[in-house]
Ligand binder design. Structure first.
Ligand code: GLN
Length: 472
């Protein structure tokens, strides 16, 4: 049976657009049709931009008629609702920004517009990107399209669910400590966290400025490579965005991986669900057959990734979220009687529980009496984790782990256990703290749920991730 248009990959859709077999308007309508049908249940989108999307699709068709080509010309996508989109509601899944209209486009959105991609809507997420399940949203939880009783993972929950459900051809997420890789693994799609600074943060609502990175969620490794080639590179107003050449990453697809060395931190991953480890080991055998050398490595400090991440992240959050004061942006409580009450009531009613928890932890960790014991100490261990990864990556081309220690859990199963939720990022936080590129790719199934493998590369070496990933 032939695929419906919304099920196509970027590569397939592009070929059909190029041949004149389909138009971007038809492709966009197919995605919007799917959204209408399944989004009321899955809840992957907070805002659907039907009219705007059709207008952009018409423009893309026009550009193509005038002889323009391009990998993303006329391709419909969805952006996480933490990414500013000019004239479009951008809520960060929080009541405090309900009905907030972004005054400008994020750099990555500008780049996609220039390339002719079509914005279908804004994806649901954990509020302010705090979470690993998609349940911390002021607009309700997103469901995993593979099994609606399970979480899609987070915090880019809607972005991953929308791709897995074929509501779009690709999507954008952000990854601060795992938020692209975790939902990609739980939903069975490909999610790439580029090197810190590879893609501009300008126009993201800041969570943890020292680890936030936007990146693609896609149906194939090749599609992720195509999107990265478009969104990578600097723009205005982000001095951490690296001005380094952006390659044609899709050239790496299906390139031989003979003699590539991959390191496995066995001790770190030993408590992973047994069935996931079985799938992982089978994958290693398959890679060995292709001539890959699999080497055991030690990352003794990686296990401190979680405690370190959960000191640094709330610390930066407590500072970044200070700007939501009921005056400058979004929700302001009308019952407030004086300035102090404007702050306390607007923040008290506007923020959800997890945001409040992190503001409190961060404020505590940064306070004069505790700064040295928590924040400073965490930064020191962070440097250790980074040095250790960098030094192991001198011996091997890439490091591999399962993306998650378990399959997607049931909705509601661990909402009341923040510590358990934080542990979901156990294999993900080290690469985030070190600023290294990492990708999650489906490697098989356990109990009929998808499971992903994570590949971590050297700084700015996204190429190796695509090269290995396309051979999985
Ligand atoms: N689960 C992590 C957290 O809750 C990841 C968040 C992210 O990458 N945005 O902080």
């Amino acid at each position: 049976m032939s695929k419906s248009l919304n099920q196509l990959t970027i590569r397939q859709a592009q070929a059909k657009l190029e041949d004149g077999e389909i138009t971007s308007v038809e492709l966009t309508r197919a995605c919007l049709g799917r959204i209408k049908k399944t989004n009321p249940k899955i809840n992957a989108l907070i805002t659907v931009c039907e009219a705007g999307a059709l207008e952009e699709a018409e423009k893309a068709d026009e550009r193509r008629k005038n002889g323009e080509t391009g990998q993303l010309l006329g391709i419909p996508y969805i952006a996480k609702d933490i990414i500013l989109t000019k004239g479009i509601r951008t809520t960060v899944a929080s009541k405090i920004l309900d009905n907030y209209i972004a005054p400008y486009d994020a750099t990555i959105i500008k780049k996609l517009k220039k390339a002719g991609a079509v914005l279908l809507g804004k994806a649901n997420m954990d509020e302010f990107a705090h979470g690993a399940s998609g349940e911390n949203s002021a607009y309700g939880a997103t469901l995993n399209p593979v099994d609606n009783t399970r979480v899609p993972g987070g915090s880019s929950s809607g972005s991953a669910a929308a791709v897995a459900d074929d509501m779009c051809i690709f999507s954008l997420g952000t990854d601060t400590g795992g938020s692209i890789r975790c939902p990609a693994s739980f939903c069975g799609v490909v999610g790439l966290k580029p090197t810190y600074g590879r893609s501009s943060r300008f126009g993201l609502i800041s969570m943890t400025s020292s680890t936030d990175v936007p990146g693609p969620i896609a149906k194939t490794v090749e599609d992720a490579s195509i999107v990265l080639s478009v969104i990578a590179g600097p723009g205005e107003n982000d001095f951490t965005a690296l001005d380094k050449p952006v390659g044609d990453y899709s050239k790496m697809i299906n390139k031989s991986i003979e003699r590539i060395k991959i390191g496995i931190p066995r001790k770190l991953i030993k408590d992973t669900d047994k069935n996931i480890l079985k799938v992982f080991d089978k994958l290693l055998d398959k890679l060995r057959e292709q001539g890959v050398e699999i080497i055991d490595i030690e990352l003794p400090h990686a296990k401190y990734g979680i405690p370190v991440y959960y000191i640094i992240t709330p610390s930066e959050i407590s500072s970044n979220l200070a700007r939501f004061d009921g005056i400058r942006y979004g929700f302001s409580d009308k019952e407030a009687k004086n300035l102090l009450e404007v702050y306390t009531k607007s923040r008290g009613k506007g923020f959800g529980d997890e945001a409040k928890r992190r503001i409190m932890i961060g404020t505590y960790a940064l306070s004069a009496g505790y700064y040295d014991a928590y924040y400073l100490q965490a930064q020191k261990v962070r440097t250790k984790i980074k040095d250790e990864l960098d030094s192991e990556l001198k011996k091997v081309d890439a490091i591999m782990t399962p993306t998650q220690p378990d399959i997607a859990f049931k909705i509601g199963q661990q909402v009341d256990d923040p510590l358990k939720m934080y542990l979901e990022d156990i294999f993900l936080s080290p690469a985030s703290l070190a600023g290294l590129p990492a990708i999650s790719i489906p490697m098989g199934e356990v109990k009929e749920m998808p499971v992903g493998v994570q590949i971590i590369g050297k700084r700015l070496d996204e190429k190796i991730l695509f090269r290995i990933g396309s051979n999985i």
